[in-house]
Ligand binder design. Structure first.
Ligand code: ATP
Length: 514
């Protein structure tokens, strides 16, 4: 675990050193849980967004996009339930003065039982070798059974407390499980309180009478309030989807773990409107479609899992998370929710408008049901970074840090170096870039020795480097170096585009999805 934390620290430092992510307002020592993306970060982030957008809007004839405003009519948030119920249960430790989410403390405790069980299983697997029967071991080993029993009991108690909104019981669980504050190490806990996560501000001058509005805590409501506009103007037939990428804001209680939990972040959400009664079938289809999108990046199926929700929101009839194996455990990256007709019905009620669909096949009107897929751009970014960061021991004893980014997501696709700054090599290198920059992102570098330039490109995940040398000036060939294998071979300048373009384009990823 300590080692994993070390790796995570290194990733955070790497993000800053190589222009991926900076603390917000860094010269003023940053602002809690707010971050800026640098010159390389913005490219990677844009590529992630493009991959998502195109997989939704290009690959599905029945999905269209919108871009709704961040500010919305305040009644939106009354109707959606956010004003009354968008709360997290918080608890403070009196000694460290640190604030925690009570539910997260208990979830971490559940994960600890899982870890203990896994440790026993791994130990036994080693001892018994090929003859090891894991299922039998789990159901007969006394220690494992005891951990499992404790875990199940805790799980049941926790789910019930959440469902009943029982804050006292949440606190009691924390006390009974002897959960300590990781900072102070004590169990000196306050009461558990509810805390609304929405940021408020005001529109209009006070003379006109200002009114309180909220920064949207999710982009989804911008889609629901536009359902009628899009359905009518696009003459959309069910089932159809509306996709949107945009900023969301939450006043998170615990803002740690870098860009995993931010107060200002970006979401990619798609609401898929379906005929009532077909929603669970669509829920299961979208689970598979979204998992395939993640796995096309090639990070290995073992690093993903579904986590079905224990506590369903009152409007949902199914919900799952796609979790990714981060250095700090399996964590939610995306949520997939079957939201019934709750949102549209609520907006119909609060706005007084009829928000329905006329089904030409059955000649009836009804409120569509909704399947939502909701993924955080920043969490996705973090998962890509965590999986790609690699410290490699080279044969000559040196270590190199390389970001093994999927080429289609890499901020820079090709770096072009003149071997030296003379004999027309810089001009030749610039010529190559002038031609290729229309097709993918290229970067020119002439400073430092060639080895150092390669390392810098490895560190930002650039998949290809080209070096212009004496021979280039004679026969128009260059050396092309591959980031991962570090192998180099000579190719004709005229062939560079055809060799590289296909591998670095978003299309290469999209093709894996169909
Ligand atoms: P969590 O339980 O981690 O607070 P959530 O279940 O509230 O997340 P949703 O409301 O389902 O999250 O939001 C959908 C997605 O938006 C999440 O899967 C996550 O990727 C992203 N997201 C939510 N909150 C944040 C945040 N504070 N910072 C960054 N991304 C976030």
């Amino acid at each position: 675990m300590a080692q994993q934390e070390d790796v995570f620290k290194k990733i955070v430092a790497h993000c800053k050193e190589y222009g991926f992510v900076f603390p917000s307002s860094d010269i003023y020592d940053g602002l809690g849980a707010v971050y800026d993306y640098g010159q390389n970060g913005v490219e990677l982030k844009n590529n992630i967004k493009q991959y998502w957008w195109q997989s939704m809007v290009l690959l599905h004839e029945n999905i269209v996009g919108i871009d709704a405003a961040i500010f919305m009519h305040p009644t939106t948030w009354k109707a959606s339930g956010h004003v009354d119920a968008f709360n997290d249960p918080l608890i403070d430790n009196r000694d460290s003065k640190k604030r925690y989410r009570a539910d997260v403390l208990i979830e971490d405790q559940l994960a600890k039982y899982d870890e203990k069980i896994q440790k026993e299983v791994d130990k036994a697997a080693k001892r018994f070798g090929d003859s090891f029967d894991e299922a039998q071991f789990r159901s007969t080993n006394a220690r494992v059974m005891e951990y499992q029993q404790k875990r199940d009991a805790l799980h049941e108690r926790f789910s019930k407390a959440l469902n009943d909104n029982n804050l006292e019981e949440l606190r009691q669980i924390i006390l009974d499980e002897e959960i300590v504050c990781p900072i102070s190490g004590t169990r000196n806990w306050t009461e558990v309180r509810q805390f609304n996560l929405m940021f408020k501000t005001e529109v209009g001058s006070t003379a006109e009478g200002a009114s309180t509005i909220y920064l949207r805590p999710e982009t989804a409501q911008g889609i629901f309030v536009n359902y009628l506009n899009v359905q009518k103007t696009g003459r959309m037939k069910l089932p159809f989807g509306i996709a949107q990428i945009g900023k969301a804001f939450r006043n998170e209680i615990v803002a740690r773990q870098f860009i995993f939990r931010m107060r200002e972040f970006e979401q990619m959400e798609m609401q898929f409107f379906v005929k009532p009664g077909t929603e669970l079938e669509w829920f299961s289809k979208w689970k598979q479609t979204r998992m395939a999108w993640h796995q096309a990046l090639g990070f290995g199926a073992e690093n993903y899992r579904f986590h079905d929700h224990d506590k369903l929101a009152h409007y949902a009839n199914a919900a799952t998370d796609i979790e990714f194996h981060m250095p700090f455990g399996f964590k939610e990256v995306e949520g997939i929710h079957s939201r019934t007709n709750f949102d549209l019905s609520q907006h119909a009620k609060y706005s007084g408008k009829k928000i329905e669909y006329f089904d030409p096949e059955t000649n009836e009107s009804y409120t569509p049901f909704v399947i939502e897929t909701s993924i955080g751009v920043d969490r996705m970014f973090l998962s890509v970074m965590c999986h790609s960061y690699c410290e490699e021991q080279l044969e000559n004893g040196e270590t190199r840090v390389v970001l093994r980014l999927p080429a289609a997501l890499a901020p820079v696709k090709l770096a072009v170096f003149p071997l030296t700054k003379k004999d027309g090599m810089p001009e030749k290198a610039q010529e190559i870039i002038k031609d290729l920059r229309f097709h993918f992102n290229c970067k020119y570098e002439e400073k430092d020795q060639i080895g150092k330039r390669y390392r810098r490109m490895d560190a930002i995940g650039c998949p290809y480097c080209v070096t212009v040398d004496q021979q280039t000036m004679v026969d128009n060939t260059v050396t092309l170096r591959d980031r991962d294998t570090m192998e180099q071979h000579r190719v004709n300048i005229a062939d560079l585009r055809s060799i590289i373009e296909d591998k670095v384009s978003i299309t290469s990823l999209l093709k894996k999805l169909i």
